[in-house]
Design a protein around this ligand. Structure first.
Ligand SMILES: *Cc1c(COP(=O)(O)O)cnc(C)c1O
Length: 409
């Protein structure tokens, strides 16, 4: 255990972890079941084109999301694009900036204009009043994100969308298995999109899905994701190739088999972080509503630099030098990245403030209670002695810069 800041690896101590501890390790499940499924696909020589594994995966995702229809896709980015095309979006799409850039890029790539709107700082999700204020005659849709799996203000957003006659789709890439007032994420708006990328709570190597209760929308997307074929090999409109392969579905099903156990372990990890860090001034673990179902896949802390004396970025550097590979999910916001920063400069005070504070720490079934205790020891030492850690890091930076200036090694 480290007692002094001189023990921190960033100041020359030895790293707390010999092996890196990562954010976003894949949740693989029972690999023998994965190989059985892949063998079945190989034996039957059915590798893609809506095979039985992809269909089974779709049924199980639809069940979990409490919806009637699910179309599996090669990833969530293409799923968002299929949704945009299948609903003939045009002009502007309102969305948060505090998200993975794919939310914006998916639409921008189709020639649509992402309009970034500020968040409610208490949830990190879009503020419905600000969404309403951002609507213009060119707005065709609102695409909120259930950030870190915490549900958006779904009732208020539904009202704004209905009042203004615009579409409402959710980027639910983080939301699988979560609820809002007991209703599963997946059933809100006209449709929602899940991601099954390797780092998500359920993974299909890469994968995505559109879920909806709208039969017509589901069948248009199903056709569009397979070259616009609706029956046989006759195309009824321009489509794309956005299908999920059988190998991906085999992984998705195997990862889904383990979902409940994954969530149980994530929740235990979350409880561990909460209790280790509960009384630490200036740092809070982003909380999940215990009345809802949550997947607890993202363990986010908010670091208040004014109160602790240490900025999130320095805490991140301290942790990485201990082999704790944390991530800034999601910082900077999309509006501060290209092409949006140059094309449409905006200021989003709540987003910018929160983006400066957030850090994702390692969780998931491969992270043990003992790992968490050791990560939290480092966090506690760094935050409790925040001013001193910052001063020392600055001195070290100055001496390095000075040394370079004099031409020494
Ligand atoms: C991961 C992610 C995506 C992109 O998903 P892919 O399946 O990798 O295309 C989109 N939005 C959010 C919020 C994400 O976290």
């Amino acid at each position: 255990m480290k007692r002094n800041i001189g023990d921190l690896a960033i100041f020359g101590g030895s790293s707390a972890f010999l092996q890196p501890l990562y954010v976003g390790r894949p949740n693989i499940g029972d690999r023998s079941r994965f190989f059985d499924r892949v063998n079945w696909a190989l034996d039957h020589q059915w590798l893609t084109n809506g095979g039985p594994l992809a269909r089974e995966f779709e049924q199980r995702v639809a069940e979990l999301a409490g919806v009637r229809y699910c179309v599996s896709t090669c990833n969530a980015t293409v799923a968002l694009q299929l949704l945009a095309r299948a609903t003939d979006l045009s002009g502007e799409v309102i969305m948060p900036s505090l998200t993975f850039p794919a939310t914006a890029h998916a639409f921008r790539w189709l020639g649509l204009t992402p309009v970034f709107c500020d968040i409610d700082p208490s949830t990190g999700c879009l503020d419905p009043a600000l969404v309403e204020a951002a609507i213009t005659p060119r707005t065709s849709a609102i695409v909120p994100v259930h950030l870190w799996g915490r549900p958006c203000a779904v009732d208020e957003l539904a009202k704004v969308a209905a009042d203004h006659g615009v579409k409402l789709f959710y980027d639910a890439a983080h939301g699988l298995g979560c609820t809002s007032k007991g209703r599963p994420i997946g059933g809100f708006g006209q449709a929602e999109v899940f991601s099954f990328h390797a780092t998500k709570v359920v993974n299909a190597f890469e994968g995505g899905a559109v879920v909806t209760d709208d039969e017509e929308l589901a069948s248009r997307i199903r056709a569009m994701h397979n070259f616009g074929f609706s029956q046989g090999r006759v195309s009824t409109e321009a489509g794309i190739n956005g299908k999920m392969t059988e190998a991906a579905a085999a992984m998705g099903l195997t990862s889904l088999d383990a979902f409940e156990e994954t969530v149980r372990q994530n929740e235990a990890n979350y409880d561990g972080y909460q209790s280790e860090l509960a009384d630490l001034a200036g740092l809070k673990v982003v909380a999940f509503d215990p009345e809802e179902r949550n997947n607890y896949h993202y363990l986010i802390v908010e670091v208040d630099a004014a109160e602790t004396g240490v900025h999130r970025d320095l805490l991140g550097d301290v942790l990485r030098s201990e082999n704790v590979v944390c991530q800034r999910y999601f910082s900077p916001g999309c509006h501060e990245m290209e092409p949006y920063r140059s094309e449409r400069p905006v200021t989003l005070p709540h987003t910018e403030r929160l983006a400066q504070k957030v850090l994702a720490l390692p969780t998931g079934p491969t992270v043990s209670r003992e790992d968490i205790r050791r990560v939290c020891d480092i966090v506690r030492l760094t935050v409790e002695r925040g001013h001193e850690v910052t001063r020392r890091a600055n001195e070290r930076a100055e001496s390095t810069a000075g040394g370079e200036g004099k031409g020494s090694k």
